[in-house]
Structures are given as structure tokens and as C-alpha cells.
Design a protein around this ligand. Structure first.
Ligand code: EPU
Length: 430
């Protein structure tokens, strides 16, 4: 890989945020992490050379590149405008294995299970661990792939999947799981006959994946709706694709300006991927308008509290929740945030309390009573979004906030400190 390989970047471990400046200016949102990782996994389905544009240069992408290399692919960055392209060369024969040393570093690698099974009729993928926000089972991935004809056993910490042939089936998910939908979809594209996924996840990243799969010769209809139909094809081929913009990174900038007040433009952001969030922020007092170039945002110095339940897309994303809690920490009134996806996703609340936030949690609810101002403090990032939320909180706080374990943030954000500094914030990575 070239020098722009994220793995070769010197990682930072702390972000120092000095609050108090209203944000002004233009920031460009990068490509969506949760789409990029799945597009890279999809490349395993067919031999050839793929060129992906707008892939973010983040740690998780570097790790997924290593997972692909472990199967025998070559992965490199090539200079392009405005961001480097990722080139993946997939050989005629691949090794259907995702080793523990990589899988344990990032859970999203489980998404290679479906494509490896579809292409090689076998896969050996290390069992992913839990996240800091609780256990994350893969039972729906496994039962969906079983319905297509795969057999599973767990040996020495690896899921071993084999099949003589995959045959299309009607699969009803208990819950619209993003990862299960993607794994089943990527196995079904090369199965014999028709697969129908009912109660499929509808996230924009899944529609992006379907678009790539169809370019590769697959026949998927109904992406972005709860019922997806996949007519299996005998063979697929390599294709080029540009990743959609990251709606969670966009939400980070929205929350940041909501916290500090100000006026910013988020270039390339797509309103239609986050309509519910924009509506909520509007209720809180922000003005957001969209055009073909992105989002324009105006935030007064203090917002009003609202209640925020998280739900699968098109509901309010669970990934927005830490930003909303950070934002509600200083809004006028009381807001109740209900987390309906990941029960244990409130660990960062203790860190916000260290900054003076008034938050009570009970099972999957957080009651956030807005205080006038937070005060900067040393805090710890437990995961990507929690870390970014602490940066958001620090932007509005009095004094300096030192976010340690900030390497988690680099897993999902390309130069968050630089981008926020470009909007006038005082954020230093070290
Ligand atoms: N679930 C099961 N069984 C399964 C699969 C999921 O019980 O077989 C449960 C999970 O435990 C969870 C819920 O279903 O309670 C939703 O999980 P889902 O499968 O939808 O999530 P995921 O695919 O593991 C992706 C994103 C997450 C995002 C969620 C929800 C990637 C790499 N990750 O995870 O993003 O929070 O969807 O939208 O796409 C992040 O970017 O920081 C992040 C955590």
C-alpha cells in the first residue's frame, strides 16, 4: 500500500478539545464506513480488479484490507481526486478464511462469511467478540445461511461453514439486522434460484451494497424496502463503485454545531439518509436545509430538549444516540433517550457525568436534564461513536476536555480533529 494507507498513519491516542468557539464554515463528509466495509467484502464474490472511490481512510478499512489480503487479494490505494481510490485485485482462487488476529480487532469482519460461502461453498471465520456496548450475537446470520443450505460447526473458536450447493429460500428475519441482511444477501446472489428476505434491514448502506452487487451481475430487487428478492446468478464479475457519504459522520457535525451554535455547510451530506434526525434537530431549534451539494445548518446558542427513541432505519439510528445525549446535556429542559438496539450502549454516560452532565440511566433509557454548560475534564473513549460524542460535548464545554483512548475514533473517522479545526474548533490530536 502507498503512504496513504491508514495502517501506516501514526495513530493518535488523545484528542484535546478546548470548547467555546461557535462553528463556522464548510466541512466535507467522507465515505460511509459501514458501507465501505461491506463493499470490500462483496469484492470476494468475483475475480477481477475493483476500483472503489470515496472509501474513508480509517483504521477499520485498513483492517478489512488485511482480512481480504488473508484470503489472497491484493489491496492498495491509488491517488485520485478528491480522495484516493481503493483498488482490490481478487484472484481466481481465494482462501476462505478470516483469521482470529483480525476478526477480534473489528467485529464487522463477520460480513465476509456470506460472500466466502457464496463463492467458495466453505468459510472459516473466527467468532467475533462482543463490543463495549454489549454482546452482539450472530444467530440470525447463521440461521439465514442455514436456510440457504449451509451447515455450521464451531471449532477452536472458528465458525466453520460448508455447503454442497446454496439454494434460494424465503427467510424471515426476527429483527431487521444490518449484518444478517448483508451476509444472507451476499450468499444468496450466487445461490441457485430465488431468495426472499423478509423484514430485511433498509439502511442506505444496504442499498449501496445492492447497487454494487447488481453492477457485478447480481439480480437484487427491493433494496431499501423490507422485502428483498434475490434471483441467484451463476457467476459475477468485478465492478467499480463510489461509496455513499457517511450519515453518522454527518450527524457528528450536526451535533457539534448544535452544541456550540454557529452556521456550517456539510458538503456532500444527504438529507434523505437522515431525514428523521434532521426533523428532531429542527424540533430542538436548529435550521437545516439541503440541496444537491449537501446540508446547510444554522444553530442558535441554546437548543430545546426533545425525546429521542432509536430504531432501525428509517428511524433514528442507534449510532446517532451518543451525539444526541451529548447535545441534550446542555439543552433547555429534559430529554428522554431510549436505546432500542444495543442495551449496553450507555457506558459513555459516566464520562459525560464527569463533565457535569445530569443524566440518569435505567435499562435502555437515559433521562438527560440539560445544564447551562459542561466543564472540560479528562474522559475516555470506549468506542467510535462514544469517543466522537465526548469530542462534541467538549466543543461546548468550558475549558479543555482530554479524550483518551482516542484511537477508537480513528476506527471510524478520517481526521476528525482536522475537520473540526477547519470549522474553527480547537481540537488537537496527539
Ligand atoms: N442481533 C441479534 N442477532 C443477530 C444479529 C443482530 O440478536 O444475529 C441484534 C444485535 O445484538 C443488536 C441488533 O440485533 O441488538 C442490531 O444489530 P445489527 O445486526 O443490525 O447491527 P450490526 O450489523 O452488528 C451495524 C453497524 C453498527 C450499527 C448497527 C445498527 C456495521 C459495521 N455496524 O452493526 O455500527 O450500530 O448496524 O444500525 O455496519 C458503528 O458504526 O459504530 C456501529 C456500531
Amino acid at each position: 500500500m502507498s503512504n496513504s494507507d491508514p495502517a501506516s498513519m501514526s495513530p493518535f491516542s488523545r484528542l484535546i478539545v478546548t470548547g467555546g468557539q461557535p462553528l463556522e464554515g464548510v466541512v466535507r463528509v467522507g465515505g460511509a464506513k459501514n458501507s465501505a466495509l461491506k463493499l470490500m467484502a462483496a469484492a470476494l464474490l468475483a475475480e477481477g480488479t475493483y476500483r472503489f472511490c470515496n472509501i474513508p481512510q480509517i483504521t477499520d478499512v485498513a483492517l478489512m484490507a488485511d482480512v481480504l489480503r488473508a484470503t489472497g487479494c491484493a489491496v492498495r490505494w491509488e491517488d485520485a481526486d478528491p480522495t484516493p481510490d481503493l483498488i482490490i485485485e481478487v484472484p481466481a482462487e481465494i482462501e476462505p478464511v478470516a483469521p482470529y488476529e483480525l476478526v477480534e480487532k473489528f467485529r464487522a469482519s463477520i460480513v465476509v462469511l456470506g460472500p466466502l460461502l457464496g463463492r467458495c461453498h466453505e468459510a472459516r471465520v473466527a467468532l467475533p467478540g462482543g463490543d463495549d456496548f454489549g454482546p452482539r450475537p450472530i444467530d440470525m446470520h447463521v440461521s439465514g445461511l442455514r436456510e440457504l443450505g449451509a451447515e455450521f460447526e464451531t471449532v477452536h473458536g472458528y465458525i466453520q461453514a460448508t455447503t454442497d450447493r446454496l439454494v434460494g429460500s424465503r427467510i424471515k428475519l426476527d429483527f431487521p439486522s444490518v449484518g444478517a441482511t448483508e451476509n444472507i444477501l451476499m450468499a444468496a446472489v450466487l445461490a441457485e434460484g430465488v431468495t426472499v428476505i423478509e423484514n430485511a434491514a433498509r439502511e442506505p448502506e444496504i442499498a449501496d451494497l445492492c447497487e454494487l452487487l447488481n453492477k457485478m451481475g447480481a439480480n437484487v430487487i427491493g433494496s431499501g424496502s423490507p422485502t428483498m428478492t434475490i434471483d441467484g446468478v451463476g457467476e459475477m464479475h468485478a465492478a467499480d463503485h463510489c461509496v455513499i457519504p457517511d450519515r453518522v459522520e454527518t450527524a457528528t457535525y450536526l451535533a457539534a454545531v448544535g452544541t456550540t451554535g454557529g452556521e456550517i455547510t456539510i458538503k456532500d451530506a444527504r438529507h434523505e439518509h437522515m431525514a428523521m434526525l434532521c426533523e428532531k434537530l429542527g424540533e430542538m431549534g436548529m435550521r437545516i436545509s439541503s440541496d444537491a451539494d449537501g446540508l446547510w445548518v444554522l444553530a442558535p446558542t441554546r437548543l430545546r430538549s426533545v425525546d429521542c427513541p432509536t430504531l432501525p432505519y428509517p428511524g433514528l439510528a442507534t449510532d446517532f444516540m451518543p451525539f444526541l445525549v451529548a447535545l441534550l446535556s446542555t439543552t433547555e429542559g429534559v430529554g428522554i433517550v431510549t436505546e432500542n438496539l444495543f442495551a449496553g450502549r450507555f457506558r459513555y454516560v459516566d464520562e459525560l457525568r464527569r463533565m457535569g452532565a445530569d443524566i440518569r440511566t435505567d435499562t435502555h433509557h437515559a433521562v438527560v436534564r440539560g445544564v447551562d454548560r459542561l466543564s472540560g475534564a479528562p474522559v475516555k473513549a470506549h468506542d467510535i461513536r462514544a469517543g466522537a460524542a465526548l469530542v462534541v460535548a467538549g466543543l461546548g464545554a468550558e475549558g479543555s476536555t482530554i479524550v483518551s483512548d482516542a484511537q477508537h475514533i480513528a476506527r471510524g473517522y478520517e481526521d476528525l480533529a482536522g475537520k473540526l479545526s477547519g470549522l474553527g474548533a480547537d481540537v488537537v490530536a496527539e
